[in-house]
Design a protein around this ligand. Structure first.
Ligand code: SF4
Length: 364
């Protein structure tokens, strides 16, 4: 059970707000934004709806937004337009007396929720029966709950994002014989592959099975233990999509996110974090044809922002949770700044999670 404390979700958006047109509410948000001045900063993840990104002070991927939240000295209020674990990370990292607001508490991340603290603690206990836990480095992808981040921090472990997973995994293996990687098996596997770790040294841990479904010998031999979690948005892509894209767009370059399956990553021309994909599109010469395997809102925006290039989606895959943030819950959060949709993380979780996050920022 999570020890994370969330309070006062602002679900009850008044009817007078819900009746406003998108045009009217956008105008009101802009006016409010101006009157609040430096009291507030608006952060938006790349997968947000275009109308939200257009209003943001900063947009970025998880790592970029974590850094901005950590360095924000002016604004007392940080409004985070993304999914819950991102707003929690901002609340963990931000300076004292800053408040982080998340316009819709229901905007969670199913991948993050695949590794609950109870299951992870149970797995850790089982692992301790087979090998010395001090030889295992817990590493969690930033797409995880605050208490899993704290779990890693308490045990000398670290957090990673898709931008720095390779650096973090290398660091972890320099310090301990094994890594237990939560919760995204695909990012873990693709990163281990990129580091040249053999398939037989990577095992999958299914929390529903004793010893994660592995034998003691397999565990003893493993260098990387991958938690059985996945992102449904990125595992939607298949090698058939890649083959089809190459047929329809001869000469195209295909770039995908490392949360995609190993087969998709291997069949693409490049893979990397959201930030990497943005730079890939920006840096491509005019006239290039790029097919991208990631969340559709980002791809659509890249296509609009680079009309001199042909940018297409590998297939249409939308993150329904990112989509839950809209003009109405953003406006209401800004009207009731500091009173609704405030994310709070208990001090003990914050302290331990901060250790793991700070370690990541150092390594990255
Ligand atoms: S795209 Fe996947 S990992 Fe990212 S927030 Fe949505 S479900 Fe979670």
């Amino acid at each position: 059970m999570t020890r994370l404390a969330l309070h006062k979700p602002g679900f009850a958006i008044p009817d007078r707000v819900l009746r406003l047109s998108e045009h009217a509410i956008t105008k009101q948000i802009r006016a409010l934004r101006q009157s609040l001045g430096e009291q507030v900063v608006l952060l938006a993840h790349h997968y947000q709806r275009p109308e939200i990104v257009a209003l943001a002070d900063y947009r970025g991927d998880s790592l970029e937004l974590s850094r901005i939240a950590a360095q924000e000295h002016q604004a007392k209020h940080i409004v985070f337009c993304g999914v819950r674990f991102m707003a929690e990370s901002a609340a963990i990292l931000c300076q004292l007396r800053r408040l982080v607001m998340h316009p819709d508490f229901a905007a969670g991340c199913p991948l993050a929720d695949m590794a609950s603290l109870g299951r992870v603690e149970q797995a850790w206990g089982e692992l301790a029966e087979v090998c010395d836990p001090s030889s295992v480095m817990p590493v969690t992808y930033i797409n995880s709950t605050a208490d899993i981040k704290a779990f890693c921090g308490q045990r000398g472990g670290c957090i990673c994002t898709s931008s720095n997973a390779k650096a973090v995994l290398s660091w972890a293996l320099e310090h301990r014989a094994k890594v237990f990687f939560f919760p995204d098996q695909h990012l873990g596997r693709n990163t281990a592959n990129a580091l040249g770790i053999q398939a037989k040294q990577q095992i999958l841990w299914d929390p529903r099975q004793p010893l994660g479904g592995n034998t003691k010998t397999q565990i003893a031999r493993a260098k990387v233990i991958l938690w059985k979690g996945h992102c449904h948005v990125h595992t939607f892509f298949t090698p058939d999509h890649v083959e089809q894209a190459r047929r329809i767009h001869p000469g195209c370059r295909i770039v995908v996110h490392p949360e995609c399956t190993e087969e998709v990553v291997k069949s693409a021309d490049a893979n990397g974090s959201t930030g990497f994909i943005v730079r890939y599109a920006q840096d491509a010469p005019p006239g290039s044809c790029i097919v991208i395997g990631t969340e559709i809102n980002l791809i659509a925006r890249l296509a609009r922002e680079h009309p001199d290039k042909r940018i297409y989606e590998l297939a249409r895959s939308l993150c329904p949770n990112m989509y839950k943030i809209n003009l109405y819950n953003l406006y209401w959060t800004m009207c009731e700044l500091g009173k609704v949709n405030v994310i709070t993380v208990t001090d003990d979780i914050k302290k331990d999670a901060r250790i793991a996050l700070a370690r990541m920022l150092e390594i990255a």
